[in-house]
Structure formats: structure tokens, C-alpha cells
Design a protein around this ligand. Structure first.
Ligand code: BGC
Length: 340
């Protein structure tokens, strides 16, 4: 055997070990060469919001810890891309599918395809609107909305409100809004609050929120007293629009996700609150549930949402007064929050 052959053979075998270890679209669990009997597929809608990056990283780390073969695909907030990725995961023979849908309705057909292959589906964070979902793992999303609505109406019990909700394709957006309106609607009915603008933010895009708030400010001569923003991304867009009118910090704005940028705005005083959902807990729970389902067990749940057995974790309000909760739990560091 000549030297050149040995080098080439070495490269090929290293590449094969690497592929075996990765075994996925987009990174996976296990050290090189770890093989496992349990193969789990994950399909996430996006990595745009920081939280989804954490969901992904947590699942990969937990799968690695458990020594299971995890195959992760991320769709770019695109229905067709998510469908193609899920079909690809099923073709790879995953035994369980963890699916966070970009579109709650469209994903129902993916659940049917999985069921046809005998693959149980965990609806992750966002509910897939299908009665064939095996289990739903999320936070108490209606409670998220209640916390936002309660907070903003306590702070601003009367005046002009901009009410924004998340992407209409996301069932969570419906739940967040339902929760928040439990507090806002009665005050609107009594005439204390005037909702000057009520709009959904397509695709959860901050620039869409910016446009909504910009237009609302223009058509109300800047007379806006409070803004319900469903998450930190849309809060960022709203605050940019306020800032352009010199109003950042004088109009309370809600948020959600405890994103670094959102928490920094809370420290600076331009955003009033956020909601902390420990996505590390959710990601870990999803991998554990997938292992349980792969072994034919049943997942422990504490709720039922739209007829689907669900495990709902608890969301927490974060304001300037309790940012320590994020630091103490290791979600963010003091340096990150206070850094420039
Ligand atoms: C999630 C939020 C996130 C939003 C946009 C929702 O379904 O629950 O945490 O901010 O989607 O990605």
C-alpha cells in the first residue's frame, strides 16, 4: 500500500465517522461514532428569535447526554420548506418527531404523514391544529397573555392603546391575545381604554410591528399611552417607532421571551416587561418525552389543550425589579445584560 492510498483511506474513514456522528440535516447528537437505537427528528420553524436557538442547542445537548441520535432541521419560517424537511426526516426513519410548526393548520398534514409511518408527533411550543398530535409540550400560553395584559392595564388603566398580536399562522398568538384581552377588553368596554389600533404582526416580524406603530402614531398625533407587543422582537419594532418620535421610554410596551435585547431595553427603561419562559426546560422535556415515546411509554402531562394531552410549563413576568431571576437561573449573565 502506498502512502497516498493510506492518506486517502484515512480521510474517507474519518469522513464516515463524522457522518455517522452527525447523522442529520443540521447537526445532531452524539460524539463521532456514537450509534444509538433511538432516532429522533426535530423540525423548528426558525432561528430568528434568540429563544429558538436555545431550544435547538438544548435539545442537541440533551440528546447527546442521553446518547440518542437526533436529527435537527430548521425551516426559514416557510411552510413548504418545513414540509420538505419533515418529509426528509421521516424518510430517514426517525422514530419520533418533535415538530414546532411554522403554520398550525398546514402542519396537520405532516402529522398525518408521520402517523401513516407510525411515528408519534410531539407538538413543540406551538400547537399543531390536528387531533392526531400525540402530546403538546409548551408553556401556559394563555397565562403568558394574561401576565402581559394584567401588567399593562395595571400600569396604564386608561388611555389610547395599540394592541398587537403575533403571526395569525401561530396558534400561540391566538392564546397570548386571548389572555391579554381578558384584562384589556373590560376596560375598553367601559370606555377607559380606547384601542386605537388592533393588528396582527404577520410572521412575527419586528419591521411589521414598526410599521403598525408608526402608522398608529401618525394617525393619532402621537397620542398613544400603551402598547401591547406580543414578544420582544415586536416590542423592539414598536420601540424603534416610538424612538423616532422621541417617545421611547414614555409609552409602556410589553414583551416576551427574555431576549437579551429586550432585557437590555428593560434596564434602559424603554421596554416595561418581558415574559421569561425557560426554553431550556422545554427542550429537555421534549427530548425526554421523545425517548419515552420511542420506548412505547406515555408522557406525563398536566393539561389538555384543544383535546391534546399537554405538558404546560410556567411563564414568569420580568421587570426591572426582578432581572436577577434571569441571572440566577443562568439564562443570561449580568455581563451580557450590562455590556455594551
Ligand atoms: C413563541 C414565542 C416567539 C414567537 C415568535 C411563539 O410561538 O411562543 O416565544 O417569540 O413564536 O417566534
Amino acid at each position: 500500500m502506498n502512502k497516498r492510498f493510506l492518506v486517502v483511506a484515512g480521510i474517507i474513514s474519518l469522513a464516515m465517522i463524522f457522518l455517522a456522528g452527525c447523522g442529520g440535516d443540521d447537526g445532531a447528537a452524539g460524539e463521532a461514532g456514537v450509534s444509538s437505537d433511538i432516532v429522533v427528528g426535530v423540525s423548528l420553524p426558525t432561528q430568528r428569535e434568540e429563544r429558538w436557538v436555545r431550544d435547538r442547542d438544548t435539545m442537541i445537548a440533551e440528546a447527546e447526554r442521553e446518547g440518542i441520535d437526533l436529527r435537527v432541521a430548521v425551516a426559514d419560517a416557510d411552510v413548504a420548506q418545513q414540509a420538505a424537511q419533515v418529509e426528509n426526516l421521516l424518510a430517514q426513519g426517525v422514530q419520533v418527531l418533535i415538530l414546532a410548526p411554522h403554520d398550525a393548520n398546514a402542519a396537520a398534514s405532516l402529522v398525518e404523514e408521520a402517523a401513516a409511518d407510525g411515528v408519534p408527533v410531539i407538538s413543540y411550543d406551538r400547537l399543531i391544529l390536528s387531533d392526531m398530535v400525540d402530546v403538546y409540550l409548551s408553556f401556559d400560553n394563555e397565562r403568558v397573555g394574561e401576565l402581559q395584559g394584567e401588567y399593562i392595564t395595571n400600569l396604564v388603566p386608561s388611555g389610547n392603546y395599540i394592541v398587537m398580536s403575533g403571526a395569525p399562522t401561530d396558534n400561540n398568538a391566538t392564546l397570548f391575545k386571548r389572555g391579554a384581552m381578558k384584562y384589556i377588553q373590560p376596560l375598553a368596554d367601559s370606555g377607559d381604554i380606547t384601542i386605537v389600533t388592533e393588528r396582527a404582526v404577520d410572521n412575527w416580524l419586528p419591521e411589521n410591528a414598526l410599521n403598525i406603530v408608526e402608522n398608529a402614531l401618525t394617525s393619532n398625533n402621537n397620542e398613544v399611552d400603551a402598547i401591547l407587543a406580543p414578544n420582544d422582537g415586536t416590542a423592539g419594532g414598536a420601540i424603534q417607532a416610538l424612538s423616532a418620535q422621541g417617545l421611547a421610554g414614555s409609552v409602556p410596551v410589553t414583551g416576551q421571551d427574555a431576549e437579551l435585547a429586550g432585557v437590555r431595553r428593560i434596564v434602559q427603561g424603554t421596554q416595561s416587561m418581558t415574559i421569561f419562559k425557560d426554553t431550556r426546560e422545554l427542550g429537555t422535556a421534549a427530548i425526554q418525552a421523545a425517548i419515552t415515546l420511542a420506548q412505547g411509554g406515555s408522557v406525563e402531562t398536566n393539561n389538555v389543550v384543544e383535546g391534546v394531552p399537554s405538558l404546560l410549563l410556567t411563564p414568569h413576568v420580568i421587570t426591572a425589579d426582578n432581572i436577577d431571576m434571569l441571572v440566577d437561573s443562568g439564562y443570561l449573565t449580568r455581563e451580557e445584560i450590562e455590556g455594551n
